[in-house]
Design a protein around this ligand. Structure first.
Ligand SMILES: C[S@@+](CC[C@H](N)C(=O)[O-])C[C@H]1O[C@@H](n2cnc3c(N)ncnc32)[C@H](O)[C@@H]1O
Length: 246
């Protein structure tokens, strides 16, 4: 810690976002519950790479809060070490929500490369694959991380092959973060009929990285899916996007 620095400011500096420096109000950072969830989520693995902008967590946790008010289970496709999921279970006190299950789907060994098109690879969608390979198989560590949450189910394998293992009758939110368009589109198709009215599909990759360049195909797939179901995507300056079922 910097000598003489306010501990709260030091914590906040870890989560700096370009938007924080803008004129946009970010009072949500002052909420102890919010910072607690971020601190809980960002542990050893996460501290070693990447940034974890508070604005992205603000959106993520708002979506999770909406899910808690709706009937149905929640699903995340693209879990990695469980950073987002850890923030969500902490923020929502998910262990107490015995009426809900949180399904976490990932290969836990990186993106199945045959699911990328050559064009996706050419525009940068594989930019983080080196990291996933370097981290090795994260399945056991994610199971361990959520051991005290009996209502969290960790499913290892390739989306879309594993989607049928989600035995939810209905879901309130589908979190997508796979850096790959085809399985994200397949998950949208698979879960749409199970998504309750007011339910949300959250895309982490929609406009993310290099002005959205890396994951442009994910954006196009999400837009096409939205058009097919007669709705519009809300694109956010964080790079995330939401599709709300009405
Ligand atoms: C950007 S990371 C997810 C980050 C995560 N949301 C977090 O909280 O840190 C992308 C993840 O998607 C997974 N993934 C990509 N394509 C997949 C697929 N078709 N099936 C299962 N997992 C996949 C990768 O293994 C990787 O862990």
């Amino acid at each position: 810690m910097l000598k003489g620095a306010n501990p709260a400011d030091v914590t906040r500096a870890r989560y700096v976002s370009p938007l924080v420096e803008s004129e946009t109000n970010h009072d949500f950072e002052a909420a102890p519950r919010f910072m607690d969830a971020m601190d809980f989520a960002i542990g050893g693995l996460e501290a070693e790479f990447g940034t974890h902008p508070s604005w992205n967590f603000h959106v993520l946790l708002w979506v999770a809060s909406q899910a808690m008010r709706l009937p149905g289970d929640i699903v995340q496709c693209g879990v990695l070490g469980g950073t987002d999921a850890a923030a969500i279970v902490r923020y929502t006190n998910f262990a107490a929500r015995t009426d809900k299950t949180f399904y976490l789907l990932d290969t836990f060994t990186g993106v199945p490369e045959e699911l990328w098109t050559p064009h996706e690879i050419a525009i940068g969608a594989a930019s983080a694959q080196w990291l996933y390979k370097q981290l090795g198989d994260l399945y056991a560590s994610v199971v361990e991380r959520f051991r005290s949450y009996p209502n969290v189910r960790v499913i290892q394998g390739k989306v879309p092959d594993t989607l049928a293992q989600v035995d939810a009758a209905q879901i309130s939110v589908l979190f997508l973060d796979m850096n790959c368009a085809a399985p994200e589109a397949a998950a949208c198709e698979y879960f749409w009929d199970k998504l309750v009215p007011g339910g949300i599909i959250f895309s982490d990759d929609y406009g993310h990285s290099r002005g959205g360049g890396y994951f442009y195909k994910s954006k196009v797939a999400f837009d096409n899916f939205a058009a097919k179901v007669g709705l519009e995507v809300l694109s956010l300056p964080t790079g995330q996007a939401l599709l709300v079922k009405v």
